[in-house]
Design a protein around this ligand. Structure first.
Ligand code: AMP
Ligand code: GLY
Length: 420
């Protein structure tokens, strides 16, 4: 089966490496892909959001399966466009992807169906939003842009001043463009965070092994929020009891709610949970695999990923048993110095072999390009150095041993992944 994977980061590299383990896997194409992915797939420079060109490419290459991995093409309807052409598709429709594409929609869904989440108000007028936070006068308070914002659309305001500034920058300065036409202002919750990715065909939901992201740029959770600086799997805070509560109160009600709203969700639904003293609460939904969660979740998957994707599209997931490995997995992201703000690219990466790999670990490429000199940095997050082990300690030790053998000018990584 020839496959097109849409996207070009560490997540897509992890998906491609897992697809290649399947005996059903033929040629893999990745658009746009990146330097490291080109060792595993044929990459073509088509923008992930260019639906027309992507459909044309899939037809030309006569692929059978199309995996749409990033949020923006899903929200724009790429999965629908591919299904209309008769491709087998992995990824939700635009109507279902709204669960990530609009926080106003997802918060409304949770309120309507009694799914535990922070209490909130919606505003489309910055004056009213400012009046509300002034009157409420409780901090921290959380301000979220309605639409997609590269994972940066959340402001935790610790004072009235910060809250007013946040509202102004999102709604009037439009730092996230029209994603900030509306905002959600919500209660601040506390507790350990857990990412649970789940396969669903809209009939049944199969949570994958749990994971933990590290969103802040620096050690001890200091610095700005990033796309994610590292992950571990499973998440040690996610007990059997929490998992059961999440299934009963969140996962099943969400699938049911989406069906009732006429938006059946097929694909990977990402539950960003906070384990509060009152049980698991939803912080956010994503309509896709997480990045870099996927880099520690998929290596633990034993079942054939292509079989899973077929079962989801055919709505026969209930008939498939999904198995996970024992042990643990850890991913340490190596980023360009300065990320998530300004950074330089084009730095030569040393320590990798010609396939962009290193013995003892799996190196998922997030932002690299390859030329005659070798691999060079080409993004904020550059590499996800990943290892599995009998336990978390062993996985971390192996992953960091890998990191210590790789270098590039101004490379930055967190030294405390998995220590929380
Ligand atoms: P998001 O982009 O929605 O994943 O949010 C980024 C981060 O902000 C989350 O990982 C949480 O750490 C934090 N966050 C979001 N909403 C809340 C909330 N209601 N209470 C506390 N922290 C939150
Ligand atoms: N790692 C968080 C996300 O994928 O949204």
């Amino acid at each position: 089966m020839d496959i097109l994977v849409v996207g070009g980061g560490g997540r897509e590299h992890a998906i491609i490496k897992k697809l290649k383990e399947s005996p059903l896997c033929g040629q893999i194409y990745c658009c746009p892909g990146n330097g490291g992915i080109s060792a595993d797939a044929q990459c073509f420079p088509i923008k992930a959001t260019d639906i027309e060109a992507m459909v044309q490419f899939a037809k030309e290459k006569k692929v059978e399966l199309v995996v749409v991995a990033p949020d923006d093409p899903l929200v724009l309807g790429m999965a629908d466009a591919m299904r209309q052409q008769g491709f087998l598709v992995f990824g939700p429709s635009a109507k279902a992807a709204a669960i990530e594409g609009s926080k106003v929609f997802s918060k409304g869904l949770m309120k309507k169906y009694g799914i535990p989440t922070a209490s909130y108000e919606v505003f489309s007028d910055p004056k009213q939003a400012a009046e509300y936070v002034t009157e409420k006068n409780t901090f921290p308070i959380v301000i979220k842009a309605d639409g997609l914002a590269l994972g940066k659309g959340v402001i935790i305001a610790n004072s009235l001043e910060e809250a007013l500034e946040g509202i102004h920058s999102i709604m009037e300065d439009k730092i996230f463009g029209k994603s900030g036409n509306s905002i959600v202002v919500e209660e601040f919750l506390t507790g350990p965070e857990v990412s649970v990715l789940a396969f669903t065909d809209s009939k049944v939901v199969r949570p994958m092994i749990s994971s933990m992201d590290h969103k802040r740029a620096y050690d001890n959770d200091q610095g700005l929020n990033t796309g994610g600086m590292g992950t571990i799997s499973p998440n040690p805070h996610y007990t059997q009891e929490m998992a059961q509560q999440a299934m009963e109160r969140i996962f099943l009600p969400t699938i049911d709610a989406m069906n009732r709203e006429g938006r059946p969700f097929k694909g990977c639904l990402y539950f960003g949970l906070m384990l509060t003293p009152k049980g698991p609460y939803v912080i956010e939904y994503n309509c896709r695999f997480g990045d870099p969660e996927t880099q520690v979740v998929l290596p633990m998957l034993e079942t054939d990923l292509i079989e899973i994707m077929k079962a989801i599209e055919n709505e026969t997931l209930s008939q498939l048993e999904i198995c996970w490995k024992d042990g643990a997995c850890a991913c340490v992201v190596m980023a360009s110095g300065g990320y998530p703000q300004k950074y330089e690219t084009g730095k030569l990466i040393s320590g990798l072999d010609e396939n962009g790999q290193l013995p003892g670990v799996t190196v998922y490429h997030a932002g690299t390009k390859k030329d005659a000199d070798g691999y060079k940095t080409a993004g904020g997050r550059v590499l996800g150095v990943t290892a599995c082990g009998r336990d978390l300690e062993e996985a971390l030790q192996k992953a960091y041993a890998g990191v210590h053998q790789i270098s590039f000018d101004k490379a930055h990584y967190r030294k405390d992944i998995g220590r929380r």
